[in-house]
Design a protein around this ligand. Structure first.
Ligand code: NOJ
Ligand code: CA
Length: 533
């Protein structure tokens, strides 16, 4: 494993969603045995680190983001011994491991919450309140759950408790010192086991204004920064560079940057980029705003196209409105998957050329699209259920990966597995398997493999600076490491206009997302260029 300091500043981090990556024991649900058996896929792909979505014991009311025990592994995924083996085996292959910690809430099956329900002093560790109205049968405030419905649920003795997400996810009271001490201990538990980083779920939400009314009461309260300052001290007390990565959804870029001050988190996901439409002006504005927001605190930017919560970008880029927002999700919006796929290839080269680190969500390297026709009775996401079925939910980006073969389960489960994959895979994924794409020079998988190989060898890529190059309208062109740009420089050009454009003067085309048209760059195509001649 590389020991380079500040490794996260230019890392390519692959998100594994354990339920859907690979199933080792044939029960139709991905597990740690499956991940260990497929680590070589990640080595061949060329990523630097893996972020694993939650693997803890959980009733799975929110696919594991409802944690019943932060210091163990759910039996459906395996054992703590297997997790330790996975960390060791990844490290042997030079891949770092980032785990997911959920500080805002736990599962209603967590022992603290069970003790709270039994009337113990643990009630103080959550937000319990009497109801309104003469009988207390109205929720304490009008606060809405992020998943839909009220954010309050009433318990047997008549009090109500707060849950910003599902009722099975009670919110912790971070004003209580026991909650703070517990999480520092949980961080140590995993850092002691060698994990290289922590992805912090819902990082802007844990601290609450006790009025608990309106979204301001839980979004980005100033007190949240104290938590991360103390977590940073914990991370810094370990050898090696252990990194804290925030899931910070905030519209205000300055407020976002506050999380990245030198004594707080190392990096945070760039959701502005993830939400940005396929449009030259919007993308350029997003890149500029991202870099200028990060500059004052000296933090490295991140570039993200997809994750387990959002519409896969092959589908998103195939739509007339190619932006993403939770509020805008609906059933039945037409998508041209062929067009989306062409754009996704170009987006990959853009993303991997920008300064900073990049995230790859499992299956994006296979060009998977959002599965939009999952039968209603098979959908599991609480966003689908709690929205009264107006939000299609997030199951469509969580369908188990296709590895090999011509029909489901496409090698996701071992041959002869008793159970089908937990969500059905489209039969059309026979062309999207790792096996079908390996060695096919035109496949998405080989594009990612080549791009990551070049990125590793090219000193100008990853962390560093960029400068925009002159380009026609609708075309984005930039060079990396500006001072070297005139010699042996590296440039990325992306054509978002309506017609082919000439490539800028260059020495060599290192990689292109699609066929070039002589010396012209076709629409929705990106190229990586060596600038010397
Ligand atoms: C963000 C996670 O990414 C999402 O999957 C989850 O539902 C919520 N936080 C609640 O934990
Ligand atoms: Ca399994």
């Amino acid at each position: 494993m590389s020991t380079a300091a500040n490794w996260w500043r230019g890392a390519v981090i692959y998100q594994v969603y354990p339920r859907s990556f690979a199933d080792g024991n044939g029960d139709g649900i991905g597990d740690l045995a499956g991940i260990r058996a497929r680590l070589d896929h990640l080595v061949e792909l060329g990523v630097d680190a893996v972020w694993l979505s939650p693997w803890y014991p959980s009733p799975m009311a929110d696919a594991g983001y409802d944690v019943a025990d932060f210091r163990d592994i759910d039996p459906v995924f395996g054992t703590l011994d297997e997790a330790e083996a996975l960390i060791a085996e990844a490290h042997e292959r030079g891949i770092r491991i980032i785990i997911d910690i959920v500080p805002n809430h736990c599962s209603s099956a967590h022992p603290w919450f069970e003790a709270a329900l039994a009337g113990g002093p643990e009630r103080e560790l959550f937000w319990f309140r009497p109801g309104r109205g003469p009988n207390g049968d109205q929720p304490p405030t009008d606060l809405r759950s992020i998943f839909g419905g009220s954010a309050w649920t009433r318990v047997a003795d008549g009090e109500w408790y707060l849950h910003l997400f599902a009722p099975e996810q009670p919110d912790f009271n971070w004003a209580h010192p026991r909650v703070r001490a517990e999480f520092e201990d949980i961080l140590r538990f995993w850092l002691d086991r060698g994990v290289d980083g922590i992805r912090i779920d819902s990082a802007a939400l844990p601290v609450k204004d006790p009025a608990l009314d309106g979204i301001e009461a839980y979004t980005d309260q100033d007190g949240v920064h104290d938590i991360y300052r103390s977590w940073r001290r914990v991370a810094d007390s370990y050898p090696g560079d252990r990194v804290l990565i925030g899931e910070v959804w905030l519209p205000d870029r300055e407020r976002f940057t506050n999380y990245l001050r030198a004594d707080e988190l190392h990096t945070a996901f760039n959701f502005d980029f993830l939400c940005c439409p396929w449009d030259a002006a919007a993308l350029r504005e997003c890149v500029d705003a991202t870099l200028s927001a990060h500059a004052p605190v000296g933090a490295a930017a991140t570039w993200v196209l997809s994750n387990h919560d959002v519409t896969r970008h092959v589908t998103r880029y195939g739509r007339v409105d190619s932006s993403f927002s939770f509020a805008g999700k609906r059933e039945g919006v037409a998508a041209d998957l062929q067009l989306g796929g062409v754009r996704a290839r170009a987006a990959a080269l853009l993303t991997l050329a920008l300064p900073g680190s990049a995230y790859v969500y499992q299956g994006e390297e296979l060009g998977l699209w959002e599965v939009e026709d999952i039968p209603y009775e098979l959908r599991q996401d609480p966003m689908w259920h709690r929205s009264g079925h107006t939000d299609p939910g997030r199951d469509g980006c969580r369908v188990p990966l296709p590895w090999s073969g011509m029909e489901p389960p496409f090698g996701f489960s071992p041959a002869g597995a008793a159970a089908a994959p937990w969500l059905p895979q489209p039969p059309d994924w026979k062309d999207r398997t790792v096996q079908a794409q390996s060695g096919d020079p035109y496949s998405m998988l080989e594009l990612y493999r080549k791009a990551l190989r070049i990125r590793r060898a090219e000193p100008a890529l990853g962390d560093g600076r960029m400068v925009w190059l002159p380009a026609p309208d609708g075309v984005l062109a930039f060079a990396r490491e500006p001072e070297a740009a005139r010699e042996a420089g590296f440039a990325c050009v992306l054509n978002l206009s309506a017609a082919a454009v000439p490539l800028p003067a260059h020495g060599e085309v290192l990689l292109a997302s699609g066929p070039l048209d002589g010396a012209a760059l076709p629409v929705d195509t990106a190229a990586w260029l060596r600038l010397d001649s």
